[in-house]
Unconditional design. Structure first.
Length: 424
C-alpha cells in the first residue's frame, strides 16, 4: 500500500505529521509524494480558528468526492475537538488522534483493508526520540512538551492537546544532537506553550535552552511561543539562557488584548503591567530582540475603550511581528456562550489594526536598512532566491547562496514582513 500525508497548522502539528510518517516507514509502509499515487490519504488537521475548520471540512469532503477510490484517514486536532462533525461528514473515515501517533501503521493497514478504525484519547507517550521523516533536514522541529496549563476562554486546542506533558531534557537534547549531526542548522523548540515546559516535572525551560545551545555544531535555536503567565517566575533565567550566541534573539509572547478587563474575561492569568515588565526585561537583557505578539480583535466583551487600550499597548511596545485574529466562537470554548460583537464593529476594528500593524512592523524593519547582518540561509524562496534569518529571526531575501550556510549581507530594503539584501 502507498500513503500520502498532508499536514496543516502550527509547527507542532507539522512535527506530528513527521511522526506519523516515521511510524509508517518503520512498519514498511511506503510514502508517496502525491495523492494520485496513493491508496490511502492522511489529512493531519488543524482546528484553531473557524476559517481553518471550514478549510478542513471542505478538504475532507473534496477528497471524498474527487478520489472515491482512495481511503481517507483524518488526524490532528479535529479528531479530539469535533468528533461529532467529523463523523457526520465522514462516517466511513478512520481517525488517528494526536496522542495515538504510534498506532498510525495499525490504522493505515486496517483502513486499507476496508475497516474503519478510530484511535483516540489522551496518552503520556513521548514524542521525542521517535522515528520521524523530516523532508527539510535543515530545520528540525523539536517538540518539548504537549498540552498546556491554561484555561483560556476562547481556545479549543487545549481540548485536543490535553494537560501539560513535558518531555525529559535528556531526551530532547539527544534528539537535537542527532538532528545537528544529520545536517540540521536550525532547531525549533516548539509546544503549545514553551513557557509551561517543566512545570509538571520540575525541570526548567532555561536549563533546556542552555543544554541544546551548548551542543557542538554551527546552528541556531528558535524558542517557540511562551505564555506570559508561565514565565513570570523564570524570566531572568530564560533571558540569561537566550543570550547564548546560538539562540535567536526572538520571543513570541502573545498578549491577545491591551485591556486588563478583557484579559481577565479571557482567563489569560496575567495583567498588562506584568506583560510590559516581561517585555522590558527581555529588551534590556537582549537589545535588538524581535518581539512577536498575537492579538485577538473583537472578543465578545471588548468595548471601544478596551480596543483603544490594545492600540495604545501596540504603539508603546512596538512589536516587530503582529499576528492578528478576528474573534470567532470555537467548539467547546467557554466564550462561545457569549454574544459576538456586531460584524460592522469587528470589521472596522480589524481593518484599523491591520493597517496599524503594517505601519508599526515596517517602521521597525526600516531601522535595519543599510545595516550589515550575518544571516543563516534556511530555505529556498517560493518566488526565487533564498530565505535567510537574521540573528533576531527576521526573514531576509538573498541570492546566490548555499542552503545551511551563514553569510554576511547588507540590508537594502524593508517591508512589513521581510528584508531584502545584497551579498557582501
Amino acid at each position: 500500500m502507498k500513503v500520502f500525508i498532508e499536514s496543516y497548522g502550527c509547527t507542532f502539528n507539522q512535527a506530528d505529521g513527521q511522526i506519523i510518517a516515521g511510524n509508517l516507514l518503520e512498519n514498511d509502509i511506503e510514502l508517496v509524494d502525491s495523492i494520485d499515487e496513493a491508496d490511502v490519504v492522511i489529512v493531519n488537521t488543524c482546528y484553531v480558528k473557524l476559517p481553518t475548520e471550514d478549510k478542513m471540512t471542505y478538504r475532507i469532503q473534496r477528497l471524498q468526492k474527487d478520489y472515491p477510490d482512495k481511503k481517507i484517514i483524518v488526524g490532528g486536532c479535529m479528531v479530539e475537538i469535533d468528533p461529532v462533525k467529523l463523523d457526520k461528514i465522514g462516517p466511513n473515515v478512520s481517525w488517528i488522534g494526536p496522542h495515538q501517533l504510534n498506532k498510525s501503521a495499525d490504522v493505515v493497514r486496517a483502513t486499507y483493508c476496508g475497516e474503519v478504525l478510530r484511535q483516540t484519547g489522551f496518552s503520556k507517550e513521548s514524542k521525542v526520540c521517535v522515528p520521524k521523516v523530516d523532508n527539510d533536514g535543515l530545520i528540525h522541529i523539536l517538540q518539548i512538551c504537549e498540552g498546556c496549563l491554561g484555561a483560556c476562554s476562547f481556545c479549543c486546542t487545549r481540548f485536543a492537546r490535553g494537560p501539560l506533558n513535558s518531555y525529559p531534557i535528556e531526551d530532547i537534547v539527544a534528539e537535537a544532537q542527532n538532528a545537528i549531526e544529520n545536517g540540521a542548522c536550525e532547531i525549533q523548540l516548539t509546544a503549545q506553550d514553551t513557557g509551561a515546559f517543566g512545570h509538571d516535572t520540575g525541570e526548567k525551560l532555561s536549563d533546556l535552552i542552555k543544554e541544546v545551545a551548548n551542543l557542538k555544531g554551527d546552528f541556531r535555536v528558535r524558542v517557540g511561543m511562551m505564555h506570559a503567565k508561565n514565565i513570570l517566575n523564570e524570566v531572568d533565567e530564560i533571558i540569561d539562557a537566550m543570550k547564548h550566541p546560538k539562540v535567536y534573539d526572538f520571543i513570541h509572547l502573545p498578549v491577545q488584548s491591551g485591556s486588563d478587563k478583557v484579559l481577565s474575561d479571557m482567563r489569560r492569568g496575567h495583567t498588562i503591567s506584568q506583560y510590559k515588565e516581561i517585555v522590558s526585561k527581555f529588551r534590556n537583557g537582549i537589545p535588538g530582540i524581535t518581539l512577536a505578539v498575537d492579538i485577538i480583535v473583537g472578543y465578545p466583551t471588548e468595548s471601544d475603550d478596551d480596543f483603544n487600550q490594545t492600540v495604545e499597548l501596540l504603539r508603546e511596545i512596538k512589536p516587530s511581528l503582529i499576528h492578528l485574529s478576528k474573534y470567532q466562537h470555537r467548539v467547546g470554548a467557554i466564550s462561545s456562550s457569549l454574544k459576538e460583537i456586531p460584524p460592522e464593529i469587528m470589521k472596522k476594528r480589524s481593518k484599523f489594526l491591520s493597517n496599524f500593524k503594517q505601519e508599526i512592523t515596517e517602521e521597525e524593519n526600516k531601522e535595519l536598512v543599510n545595516s550589515i547582518q550575518n544571516v543563516l540561509v534556511v530555505e529556498k524562496g517560493s518566488k526565487g532566491g533564498y530565505i535567510a534569518k537574521t540573528n533576531s529571526y527576521i526573514p531576509v531575501i538573498v541570492d546566490n547562496v548555499e542552503l545551511g550556510t551563514f553569510v554576511d549581507v547588507k540590508i537594502t530594503e524593508a517591508t512589513s514582513t521581510y528584508l531584502k539584501s545584497e551579498l557582501l
